[in-house]
Ligand binder design. Sequence first.
Ligand code: FAD
Ligand code: SF4
Ligand code: SF4
Length: 936
Amino acid sequence: MDMLPIPYNKLHENLLKTFDAKCLVTDPLRTLTYGTDASFYRLIPKIIVIVESEDDVQELLKQCHTWGTPVTFRAAGTSLSGQAITDSVLALLGDNWNGFSLSDDHNHVSLQPGVIGGDANAKLAAYGKKIGPDPASINAAKIGGIAANNASGMCCGTAQNSYKTLSTMRVILHDGTVLDTGDSGSIAAFKLSHSKLVNDIYTLANETKANETVAQRIAKKFKIKNTTGYSLNALIDYEDPIEILQHLMIGSEGTLGFIAEITYETCIEHSHKASAMVYFETCEMAAKAVQALKMAPVAAVELVDRAGLRSVENEDGMPEFLKDLSDDATALLIEVRGESFDELQSLIDQTSASIALINTVHPVEFSDDVDVCARYWGIRKGLFPLVGAMRETGTTVIIEDVAFPIEHLATGVVDLHKLFKEFEYNEAIIFGHALEGNLHFVFTQDFNTKEEVYRYGKFMDAVCDLIVNKYDGSLKAEHGTGRNMAPFVEMEWGAEAFDLMRRIKHLFDPSELLNPGVILNDDKEVHLKNLKPLPACEEIVDKCIECGFCEPKCPSKGLTLSPRQRIVGWREISSRAAQGLGNKVLRDLYDYQGLDTCAACGLCATACPVGIETGALVKMIRGRKVGDQNRKHAQWFADNYDKAMNISSMGLKAANLAHGILGSKAMGGLTSGLRNVSGKRIPKWTPSMPNGISFDPKPTINGQGDVVVYLPSCATRTMGPAKNDDQKTALPIVTQRLLEKAGYQVRYPEGLNDLCCGQPFDSKGMNDLATYKSEELSKALDKATDGGKYPVVFDTSPCAFRMKLINGVELNLYDITDFLYDHVVGKLSLKKIERKVTVHATCSTQKMNNQSKLKSLVEKCVDEVVIPDGIGCCGFAGDKGFVTPELNEHALRHLTKDFAGVVEGYSTSRTCEIGLSAKAGFPYRSVVYLLDECST
Ligand SMILES: Cc1cc2nc3c(=O)[nH]c(=O)nc-3n(C[C@H](O)[C@H](O)[C@H](O)COP(=O)(O)OP(=O)(O)OC[C@H]3O[C@@H](n4cnc5c(N)ncnc54)[C@H](O)[C@@H]3O)c2cc1C
Ligand code: SF4
Ligand code: SF4
């Protein structure tokens, strides 16, 4: 541990008495990277405490009180205004805050703060429900942050945000007291123990209600979206101090207490939706349409200004006429939602009629085609990342979030455009939730020079002046005040309302320990301080906006680093190197945290709005680190693949023999001892280790059906079933049998045992060897298929994915899932068996979008299929399961939660199946075995 300053050293010493050391993070790499959020501010925490329970939070608060150390709560860290960062103690939600419980009538859902909003909605969808708040970040943001920011999005407006849909809450106050507002016993006890606080809240609310000017101002300001300052509307909307208390917690950004659970009223998720992209000649006409649409039965109306449209006009699928629109053209993306097709049609008619008298560039045309609607919304959602992706390296992308009273929408847009011109933000674009008067403007900003920071400061002053003094709007409509708008809260609200906020903070947090400096801050320049550098490091990740959307996909998140954290860490290391500063400590830590524990699965890219694959960065750095000796070994391996595979197979056979003699327990003990003694150089052994096999390909003789070229991967050619699996036949034999059952003649490429797709070399960053092997394989496949005449089927998804990427459409390549689903299963006669099984879609299966096909194949064979929650990449990653087994263990830590009665698992990658079997305690095999078993 690094030396901590006083009193953090004492705090740490005392926390160690109750917290597992693993939950206390103080090393320079993780304090930096875990401490980062999506905002453009940077503070590095002294200690990060991973809290797993209410007890942990209570203990931490107690200790922070004792040592006078401020504490900031952190959910997913997607905040944009600097409210989730600290240079003191960061309390990070651990793994155990995923509680989800739905009431019997489905009208209420109780969620713990670690539940990702999108995951809650995925579960609620089965009941035709969703949560109200709908920030664009919902697939990464967690309930704690969504509620504490009062986040909202395209549809929820002010009617379905956390404030409006809150039912009850479990909250932990600064002194560690837990109040459950859904439990009358807890309320009664609280009223006794905290009578002063309850009375003070009551008095404050009464005073506010009695002050007509302030009460009216509050009511008026919350007619439009507003997250500047505290939710003062709680003081006028409710009489009961407990209701007031829990509603003040909404939007309090971790400055009033900890939200340990929240019960929301659920909202209806309509099954029928239609969208129209409507273009207007001028912004005034669009704004007029927005006014009319306010009365129409629409679910969402999003505005995109001319600059926004221009930024996407060259994207795939955009209509040609976009380029010819006038300079002031503005688009509205309108969505309507209904319970049935007939209702939807009626809503479309009413909506179209409401704007029929306003001229549009093209006739209004709604579509309920899922792909068309997804394209429209994709364009809208892609606007912010697009500016991020187009920005100059080293600059930041900033998204501002203001709201105008809706009648001023058009002039508001015009005035903002004037400011962009005046301050030379020429690339700025505007879009937003028009029905709420909520506009986001996005621009790029260089924070590397004093002049640029000054320009930004002056621009913000002008923006605030415009929004507040000309329009009496909101400076933050949905992203929260944070540090970014803290200097302007009083300006927006006026002295009296601001004083209420100060009193609220004092009532809830008299010692100013909870996220101080956020929402209320006396420093009028705090928004210009602690600006985050985004230095250039490697081209493939320079566009990263540190949004954190990739984090939920990553198997190493929580064990070591997430993709965002890998980029943040590498940015710092590169920047220090460029400045000639020492970075050895960070580099050494990064070797394990950043490089060794990345599965290189590429799943991060599937969630990244700018398409970054952090695994590619990791592979690149790994490649640079390969020493001469290792390089020589790898070259020999590539040149002598058949021999190398034989050696591996012999090793597995020997281990299997020893397993047979010693039994699982003794073998486990022996190998783990050897692994420890060898400094973890000997691979980890488990009873699910495959037996070694040697495959001798024998093409179909005298076949008459269609030809298929089959490529068993090097893994399936050398790794047979495990000793404890009752299936004893190697996969290539079973696959050939199944293909023949379906009437195919099976061919193999020549020299099969020397062939490899190159994946093992690619994941170690040895691109040249990876390419050498994949090119060799392509040639062999070209020959075996007579120049692409016959399909090729791969039995291992990662190999199929890689070869499909490399070969494009030249060869007719199939992943096993696709081929079985599209060309085999229809030719078999299947008999369902009574069995409860599970399915694991490998990362490549996910990237090829084949999850549902795989599940459907299994469902054709058995009567019950369980898909475990929250399992993405298994973390085995070819050989990482042997050499860095903790990654596999971490990735699968929740695997068996719902496995009662499950007896087998099915997948499409032999190495992934090893780790899955070891964790589950039953065998995972290729889906081919199941189809073979059920088919004639
Ligand atoms: C690309 C992008 C798009 C976005 N789009 C939107 C949008 O459309 N609408 C919108 O509103 N926001 C948006 N945001 C901002 C942000 O994603 C949301 O506000 C989100 O709800 C924050 O959730 P989080 O889990 O990341 O919280 P964090 O950032 O971790 O925390 C948010 C705040 O909540 C506090 N907090 C966290 N957990 C608790 C707890 N248990 N108890 C008390 N306080 C807690 C933190 O201290 C912090 O002040 C966007 C962000 C990005 C990067
Ligand atoms: S890699 Fe992509 S998703 Fe991840 S933080 Fe960076 S921009 Fe966001
Ligand atoms: S490649 Fe996989 S393991 Fe590596 S950062 Fe991306 S999601 Fe995480």
